[in-house]
Design a binder for this molecule. Structure first.
Ligand code: ADP
Length: 609
């Protein structure tokens, strides 16, 4: 790059750089507020200033226009201003808020603000607007209160509304707005307009007049700052007095005071107006603002209604416009305490879970206790039965053993004839057999207890087994010398097979036939067999001692013997328990029908497959 080019580039950077710096310098704005910082509108003004102060450098001056209204004050204020402003760097724009500030600035236009653009807002005084229109470099926003919509709101909330009582005074705002209200009042048929003018009476008299307003009327607060004696009352003081004495709802045309007892209205918002002014200043050059003379009106944007006041005066809450900003809306318990509600629900849920857990635990514990109690009873019963069994066994074993030992020693004697010797041998043989049967039952029952009861399935032919059993027990009957006829009644033929354990099947028949022979002295025993419901039904019917109805339910339990039977007949009380276990092995059923003294019939079934 040549030296000449370098110099050219440097000049370009300097030129555009300065331009850029000039653009980036924030405009100096002098904002003149008609009133004091404690005037209620200032909150909204301050909010707009705060938001704009990042882009604009804003100085604020207050004229205290509500407190002081005489000419001398303003003349002195103008002198003071001239001195103050001359000491400061020049301003790019002057912004005025409300009527007094614009009137004040226009009065000093030639002397102090000659070449500075003026942007005003919050002005409704028609003469003043006209004056502003004629001046050069003056633009702004007029504020016309929403009289019609505020009165319409009052009529909506109280359909019986018949009069609007305006509270006004002789300030610029008061006079200008009262004129406007009179124009609007003609629009509403059935609603009369009257006024209490603070400017024509003393403050206290005005309040007295207000306190007498009753019925379906509404008060519209326009302005109540100055009374006929020129005494100034602050907005807050006037508002609290008005709300204290008024018996009818009070509406307002400005945002301030709403939320403190005023019903509401469609109020002018200084925030929105000033925001618009600042936006315009930010986006425009000072030169352009000097040529701008546009004056626009800004409609109030939204209704604001205080629900608590509506309810206090018995107005219709339902008639509040949907779009309105609603203050002090009574929130339902569910809305206010949502978090509390959720917490309560969670707690209730947890409590329920805890209760469910407790009830389950208590139920389980009860069931466990019950099961334990049953187990204890069973264990006690079993212990009792076992003790009885051992005692019984010792007796049962000792009886045949005594016979065996006794007759064995008698056999040694040499002077026994052949017949007696043979008789003794039979006694020894019978008792040995009985002992063997007993030991075999004990072994079987202990195997059932330990789950070691062997059971081998095979295809077995039924009829030969039945015939053999009948034959065997016929011989036994003869041996016992009992007059019993034992017969077989079989409806199945030869080569009829079932799948079962042959040894256990025979054992089962033997137990039942053995009992029938044992518990029958004379009469008949029938071993029967037939097909029923695709099962083989076998029965043993006798004409013996029979079984009592009380004993029948426990007849298949171990060691259970009926008292009658115990006294007269030998036995272990195990035969039927073993029989039941065998039948259960092939999923069959076993039951008994009996009548005391007449006889019994034992049935059992065998599935064919
Ligand atoms: P046991 O016959 O050795 O006493 P069981 O278990 O075979 O033992 O029988 C239990 C009880 O059932 C018998 O003691 C008896 O009271 C009763 N019982 C069994 N079979 C008959 C029967 N055919 N007639 C009358 N009572 C019987």
């Amino acid at each position: 790059m040549t030296n000449r080019k370098r110099i050219l580039l440097l000049l370009l950077i300097l030129f555009f750089g300065q331009g850029m710096m000039a653009n980036s310098h924030s405009k100096r704005v002098l904002l003149i507020n008609s009133y004091s910082p404690d005037f209620p509108t200032y909150n909204n003004i301050h909010k707009a200033i705060n938001e704009a102060s990042g882009d604009l450098s804003i100085d604020i001056e207050f004229l205290y226009g509500k407190e002081h209204s005489n000419r001398v004050y303003f003349e002195k204020l103008q002198q003071l201003f001239a001195e103050k402003i001359s000491l400061r760097p020049p301003y790019d724009v002057v912004v005025t808020v409300d009527n007094i500030a614009l009137q004040f600035v226009l009065g000093m236009r030639d002397s102090l603000f000659r070449d500075i653009p003026i942007v005003f807002c919050g002005v409704e005084d028609r003469e003043l607007i006209q004056q502003a229109r004629l001046a050069e470099g003056v633009s702004g926003i007029t504020e016309f209160c929403a009289f019609d919509e505020t009165i319409a709101l009052a009529a909506r909330l109280n359909p019986d509304l018949n009069e609007i009582v305006a509270l006004t005074d002789n300030t610029i705002t008061g006079v200008a707005n009262f004129q406007l209200l009179n124009d609007y009042c003609t629009q509403f048929s059935g609603i009369a307009c009257s006024s209490i003018d603070f400017g024509r009476t003393t403050y206290n008299d005005a309040l007295k007049q207000l306190s007498k307003v009753t019925g379906d009327k509404a008060v519209l607060l326009i302005s109540a700052y100055r009374d006929s004696t020129s005494a100034y009352t602050s907005f807050q003081k006037a508002l609290s007095d008005i709300l204290r004495v008024s018996q009818v709802p009070v509406y307002h045309l400005y945002e301030h005071g709403i939320g403190q007892g005023i019903v509401g209205g469609k109020p002018i918002s200084h925030y929105h107006m000033l925001k618009k002014v600042f936006d315009k200043i930010k986006s425009s050059s000072t030169e352009w603002l000097m040529t701008d003379t546009s004056i626009v009106n800004m409609e109030p944007v939204e209704f604001i209604v205080d629900c608590a006041v509506v309810n206090h005066f018995g107005l219709s809450e339902k008639a509040i416009p949907d779009s309105a900003i609603i203050l002090n809306k009574p929130t339902s318990f569910f809305k206010i305490e949502k978090s509390v509600l959720y917490l309560a629900l969670i707690l209730v849920g947890l409590l329920l879970l805890f209760v469910v857990y407790l009830s389950i635990t208590v139920r389980n514990r009860r069931r466990m206790n019950y099961e334990l109690m049953l187990a204890k009873e069973k264990a006690e019963e079993s212990n009792r039965l076992k003790t009885a069994f051992i005692a019984n066994m010792s007796h049962e074993i000792r009886t045949p053993m005594n016979s065996i030992v006794g007759f064995s020693s008698l056999l040694r004697s040499t002077d026994l004839n052949y017949e007696t010797r043979g008789q003794y041998c039979r006694i020894i043989e019978d008792n040995s057999n009985h002992l063997l049967a007993l030991i075999s039952d004990i072994i079987d029952i202990s195997k059932i207890e330990s789950g070691d009861f062997s059971f081998r399935l095979s295809k077995i032919e039924v009829l030969p087994i039945l015939k053999n059993q009948v034959l065997e027990y016929q011989q036994k009957i003869v041996r016992l010398n009992k007059s019993i006829e034992l017969k077989l009644n079989s409806e199945i033929g030869k080569e009829f097979y079932i799948v079962s354990d042959k040894v256990r099947f025979k054992q089962l028949l033997s137990n039942l036939l053995g009992n029938a022979v044992k518990y029958t002295t004379e009469g008949e025993i029938e071993l029967g067999c037939k097909l029923k419901n695709s099962e083989l039904l076998i029965y043993v019917k006798d004409t013996g001692i029979g079984i009592s109805a009380d004993f029948l339910p426990k007849i298949f339990e171990r060691f259970m013997r009926e008292e009658d039977a115990k006294k007269v007949y030998d036995g272990t009380g195990l035969g039927l328990a073993i029989a039941k276990s065998i039948v259960q092995k092939w999923n069959g059923k076993i039951w008994v029908e009996s009548e005391k003294g007449k006889g019994s019939t034992f049935y059992f079934t065998c599935p064919l497959q």
